[in-house]
Design a protein. Structure first.
Length: 336
């Protein structure tokens, strides 16, 4: 994969660090320029910088040395960005978990799995799936697939980092879920591959990372959040809480999106990815909420806060992304 194009001073400094610019002061400059007063969650420059650093732990970049994955300077840059990122993620999660309406899920019982499934029903704001189902044109479908590509072309890879950090029932349940996500032993059913085929079906480039220079700060933040949770052992609960809500909010929207693509007469491969997730995620939501998160909290009650953190972050970022997409697709409707 090619390195992305810079979007500002932060990503520029990160790219310099990865391409051999080891001049004195490079790391210091990144620390000084890392973030201004605006929220990092909406800063495309900072999100691209963090995404680039995380990708060293996935597939890497052409012309970038593999050993930079664990280079102390590079890791310091990542940590500088992560500190602000984590503060903002915790802030939005806290607002979600303590604000009005929390009784609709917090009183669902002491079982964290039940709470997660109730929390997943508290989504608010516009629904891209409903729009794609009944009203979207082909250009909206293309936009949707492009924006989601930075996540779905590596679907379930971030959660795989968590597997060796679990044991017992939670480990077995996550392995079962990941086996499905990775095709159930059939390479052609790999969910990442199905998404790539959906992209190709509407004329998009299905190459991993092809649209990183075009997607929004929020799309990058959505991808970065799962990498952040997955790469930190202390946040294994957050990674699984995020997974549980992601799965719980996927099945019904996937059905609507698939129907919308068929309404438009798009190739079967475009809807196939979403058809796959109608049934799979209906099963996975219970597996993730009860068998993974429930088992983690049953063994260590202190994990509940971490699990709920990840769940709330998933809901928040999904809603921000939905609002962005709908503002592009139906600006007059959203404004009213």
């Amino acid at each position: 994969m090619q390195l992305p194009r810079e979007r500002g001073p932060v990503s520029r400094r990160v790219l310099q660090a990865l391409t051999g610019d080891r001049t004195p002061g490079t790391a210091t400059a990144v620390h000084e320029l890392a973030l201004g007063p605006e929220p990092m969650l909406a800063d495309a420059d900072a999100q691209l910088a963090l995404w680039t650093l995380y990708e060293l732990h996935y597939r890497g970049f052409d012309g970038v040395q593999d050993d930079l994955e664990w280079d102390p300077t590079v890791l310091r840059l990542r940590r500088t960005l992560e500190r602000r990122f984590e503060r903002e993620l915790r802030a939005v999660a806290s607002a979600r978990l303590t604000g009005p309406g929390t009784e609709s899920w917090s009183e669902a019982g002491t079982d964290v799995g039940t709470q997660l499934l109730a929390l997943s029903q508290t989504g608010r704001g516009p629904s891209p799936a409903a729009h794609l189902h009944r009203h979207a044109g082909r250009e909206d479908v293309v936009d949707f697939l492009r924006e989601r590509s930075v996540q779905q072309l590596k679907e379930s890879d971030p959660q795989s980092f968590v597997l060796p950090r679990l044991h017992g029932p939670a480990k077995v349940a996550l392995a079962e879920l990941l086996y499905d996500e990775f095709g159930g032993g059939r390479p052609e059913r790999l969910h990442q591959r199905l998404y790539a085929e959906a992209m190709a079906g509407v004329g998009l480039d299905p190459t991993y990372g092809a649209y990183v220079d075009q997607v929004s700060a929020t799309s990058l933040a959505m991808a970065n959040a799962v990498s952040f949770f997955g790469l930190h052992r202390r946040l294994a609960g957050a990674a699984m809480g995020h997974l549980a809500v992601f799965e719980a909010t996927s099945s019904v929207p996937s059905r609507k999106v698939a129907a919308g693509m068929e309404r438009l007469g798009l190739p079967d491969a475009v809807a196939a990815y979403f058809h796959e997730h109608v049934e799979a995620d209906a099963v996975h939501e219970h597996l993730a909420a009860h068998d993974i998160c429930g088992a983690m909290v049953a063994e260590d009650p202190d994990q509940r806060a971490s699990v709920l953190l990840g769940a709330a972050v998933c809901l928040h970022l999904d809603e921000v992304s939905a609002a962005e997409l709908m503002s592009r697709w139906t600006p007059t409707e959203v404004a009213s």
